[in-house]
Ligand binder design. Structure first.
Ligand SMILES: *Cc1c(COP(=O)(O)O)cnc(C)c1O
Length: 229
């Protein structure tokens, strides 16, 4: 399928999910996750009208960045090792996987050096699965507070991944949990942590995520596919 055909279907589903939830369509942005696909396929996504690209590895992002440059808005969505931060810091607009203080320290250091302010989302392990990265919900507020003096990090929101299950209730509860946390942080009115973004929803569950308040959905397979062709 062409990306444009997939995108039309996804737009339609997002629009309907927004309508069901009484939300405005403009509140939801699509991040095309291109980690499994070629540069040409990522370019096809941009040609179809996509602005946001998401990658989960520094090498794969750098290869695409070399070809596509600053045209797209780059989102780093994967587990981030400290030693990789310097490779991506001047290329990404958003890091969705901030989940520990040592990583925040490295981002702060590298961003300060490059004179940049990086929009970060805190990855929260709402479902509590052991296999998942992210900070525990109960520790999230304290973690946000610990970022107060990091002048080159702006906490723009929260990110989570729902469990891989067909049980819609489990998925929905995960997204609701993230939204509640976001509202708590927002209500603190911290200048360095406006926390207005909710990054949640992938190919299998983005409609539920939109119903529950997602502002960024991260879609790979359903949009660009997942094979290197
Ligand atoms: C791969 C990935 C996605 C996209 O997954 P699909 O199921 O292919 O849509 C979204 N978020 C993260 C963090 C990912 O690693």
């Amino acid at each position: 399928m062409k990306v444009s055909e997939n995108l039309a279907i996804i737009h339609d589903k997002i629009e309907k999910a927004c309508a069901r939830a009484g939300r405005k369509r403009e509140e939801v942005q699509i991040i095309a996750v291109t980690k499994y696909v070629t540069i040409a396929r990522a370019q096809e996504a941009l040609d179809a009208g996509i602005r946001h690209l998401g990658e989960n590895r520094d090498d794969s992002m750098l290869a695409k960045y070399e070809a596509l440059g600053d045209k797209p808005v780059w989102h780093f969505i994967g587990t981030l090792q400290k030693k990789k931060v310097k490779n991506i810091i001047d290329k990404v607009s958003y890091i969705h996987s901030l989940d520990r203080l040592s990583l925040a320290e490295e981002i702060e250091k590298r961003a300060a050096k490059a004179d940049l302010k990086i929009k970060c989302l805190i990855q929260v392990n709402v479902s509590g699965e052991e296999s998942k990265h992210g900070i525990a919900p109960g520790e999230t507020l304290e973690f946000v507070r610990s970022l107060k003096n990091f002048g080159h990090i702006e906490v723009v929101g929260l990110m989570t991944m729902a469990p891989l299950t067909h049980d819609e209730k489990i998925i929905r509860d995960t997204f609701r949990g993230l939204k509640q946390l976001k509202q708590q942080i927002e209500s603190l009115g911290l200048e360095y942590a406006p926390c207005h973004e909710l990054s949640m929803g992938m190919s299998n569950d983005y409609e539920i995520a939109v119903e529950e308040g997602a502002t960024f959905v991260r879609i790979g397979t359903a949009l660009v596919g997942n094979t290197l062709k």
